[in-house]
Ligand binder design. Structure first.
Ligand code: SAM
Length: 207
């Protein structure tokens, strides 16, 4: 996205900062880029605040909010301060939708985000799936999912078709919907890895 000229990013469900965070990856290409992180987990938010304070970041911020409430994010004063909703932006929802069960209307929620994005914006999504995985990987992923059952964030698996539908009428950029390791890899992909089919990824652009 940054290579395509995008200079403002909303990263929802950004998580606990590790290596190669969005503002760092984007910042290497475009130091003037604006990044708004969002998470509903206070630990993730506080650790992000700590990192940004240590870095003295001025064009990156983090807000505590819930993906399922688009207006609380899109109208948040910090999002309004750093993102010009009249200019193309990048929306990242990476490994977060599995935490939105069908009862929380993920398709309606995503439709609201797609509507809010200005033309030319990009949407990147990844999502765990076992639909195309072999028995060994299925079992392992199911075991991980089961460990979430009793938590406040149970996991919902989704297949390729439902994953694709989160993009609505957005035009997918190459290579379309693929397993995450296959999305423009910058290292050799091990096609024999049983975990390879367990996560879909795609990037779409609003016409
Ligand atoms: C698997 S982590 C992914 C983190 C990061 N996007 C990445 O790919 O490394 C999922 C993150 O989504 C956050 N999350 C889950 N449900 C959310 C919701 N409804 N609204 C906002 N964040 C949410 C969790 O707190 C967690 O930090």
């Amino acid at each position: 996205m940054a290579q395509q000229g995008i200079r403002q990013f909303l990263d929802i469900g950004s998580g606990i900062p590790t290596e190669g965070n969005t503002h760092q990856v984007v910042g290497a290409l475009a130091p003037d880029a604006h990044v708004v992180y969002v998470d509903n987990d206070l630990v993730a938010v506080n650790q992000s605040v700590g990192l940004l304070e240590r870095e003295g970041a001025t064009t990156t911020t983090v807000i505590e909010a819930d993906l399922r409430n688009p207006s609380s994010i899109l109208n948040h004063p910090q999002a309004q301060r750093l993102i010009d909703f009249d200019k193309p932006m990048g929306l990242l929802i990476v490994s977060v939708l599995p935490f939105v069960p069908p009862a929380d209307n993920p398709h309606e929620v995503m439709a609201q985000y797609r509507k809010a994005l200005p033309s030319g914006s990009y949407l990147a999504i990844s999502h765990v799936s076992v639909e195309e995985a072999g028995p060994e990987a299925r079992e392992q992923v199911a075991a991980v999912a089961n460990s979430y059952v009793e938590t406040s964030d149970p996991i919902t698996m989704r297949g390729r078709e439902e994953f694709h539908s989160f993009f609505g009428s957005f035009k997918l950029v190459e290579p379309g919907v693929v397993y995450s390791p296959d999305w423009r890899p910058d290292q050799t992909v091990n096609s024999d890895d049983p975990a390879r089919p367990c996560n879909f990824a795609a990037v779409g652009q609003k016409p």
